[in-house]
Design a binder for this molecule. Structure first.
Ligand code: FPP
Length: 246
C-alpha cells in the first residue's frame, strides 16, 4: 500500500467528539466507478481502495474506534469476472505480505469473518498465520469480511448449534451471537456504506439490528479521514433508543 496518499488531512485538527462508536463497520463500495471515472480498469479502483485502508485504519485508531469491520469480498462476489476475482485474491495476498508487520507493530489484531475454505490453500494459511501473529494485540481489532455473507453466517451458526447438541429451549439471542463469525465482539454501533448505494447487501444482518447507518456519496478510494470524521459526527447526533422510550 502506498504511504503517500495520506494527504492533507493528516495534521488537521478534529474537534473531539462526545461519543465515539466502539465498533464501526464499512461497506467499501464504489471502487469500480472510481476507476471508470478515470478511464482505468476496475482492478485499479480496488487497488486505490486498498491504499485507502491505511488512512482509515489510522484515523480509527486516532478517533478511538476499537473495532473496525471491512466488507472486502462477499459470497456473491464469486459471480464477478474471473480476472476481477483473481485481482481481489492477489490484493488480499499483497496486503498480508506488505502490511502485516506494520499492522502488528501498530497493535492491530486481525480477524477474519466468513468462510476461508473456498480460497487457495496457501492464501488460507497466510490469513491464519496473520491472525495467529496478531491475536494478542489490543489497539484495534480489524475484522476482514472475505467470502462473507450474512445469511451464510447465520446458516453456519445454526449448523454449529445443532452439531453441538444445544436443545431448542437453550437457543436465544446470546447463543446465536456467540456462534456467528463475530463471536463475542460487540455489535457494530455504526455501519457506513460509501458510494451512494442505500443497501445492506447481506452485511452483518444479525449484528446490525440496532446499528446506526450512515450513507456517503463518496467512492471508497476517496473516503479518507475527513469523510470518516463526518460519519462520526453524524453518529454523535443520533439518539439510540434500542426500541425503548426515553
Ligand atoms: C465494492 O466496489 C468493493 C469490493 C467488492 C471490494 C472491496 C475490496 C477492497 C477495497 C480491497 C481491499 C480489501 C482487503 C482487506 C483485502 P465495487 O467494485 O462494487 O464498485 P462499483 O459498485 O463502483 O462497481
Amino acid at each position: 500500500m502506498a504511504r503517500t496518499r495520506i494527504g492533507s488531512d493528516r495534521h488537521k485538527e478534529y474537534p473531539p467528539l462526545k461519543r465515539i462508536p466502539t465498533h464501526v463497520a464499512i461497506i467499501m463500495d464504489g471502487n469500480g466507478r472510481w476507476a471508470k471515472q478515470r478511464g482505468l480498469p476496475r482492478i485499479a479502483g480496488h487497488r486505490a481502495g486498498t491504499e485507502n485502508l491505511r488512512r482509515v485504519l489510522r484515523a480509527c485508531v486516532e478517533f478511538g474506534v476499537k473495532v473496525l469491520t471491512l466488507y472486502a469480498f462477499s459470497t456473491e462476489n464469486w459471480g464477478r469476472p474471473e480476472a476481477e476475482i483473481q485481482g481481489l485474491m492477489s490484493i488480499l495476498r499483497d496486503v498480508i505480505n506488505r502490511e502485516l508487520q506494520d499492522l502488528h507493530k501498530e497493535g492491530v489484531q486481525l480477524r477474519h469473518l466468513g468462510d476461508l475454505s473456498r480460497i487457495a490453500p496457501d492464501l488460507q494459511q497466510q490469513v491464519l498465520n496473520a491472525i495467529e501473529l496478531t491475536r494478542d494485540n489490543t489497539t484495534l481489532i480489524l475484522n476482514v469480511a472475505f467470502n462473507y455473507g450474512g445469511r451464510a453466517e447465520i446458516v453456519h451458526a445454526i449448523q454449529e448449534i445443532v452439531k453441538n447438541g444445544h436443545p431448542p429451549e437453550a437457543i436465544n439471542d446470546e447463543l446465536v451471537s456467540r456462534y456467528l463469525y463475530t463471536g463475542s465482539l460487540p455489535d457494530p454501533d455504526l455501519i457506513v456504506r460509501t458510494s451512494g448505494e442505500l443497501r445492506l447487501s447481506n452485511f452483518l444482518i444479525w449484528q446490525g439490528a440496532y446499528a446506526e447507518y450512515y450513507f456517503s456519496e463518496v467512492y471508497w478510494p476517496d473516503f479518507g479521514k475527513d469523510a470518516l470524521y463526518e460519519a462520526l459526527k453524524h453518529y454523535e447526533q443520533r439518539d439510540r433508543r434500542y426500541g425503548l422510550v426515553k
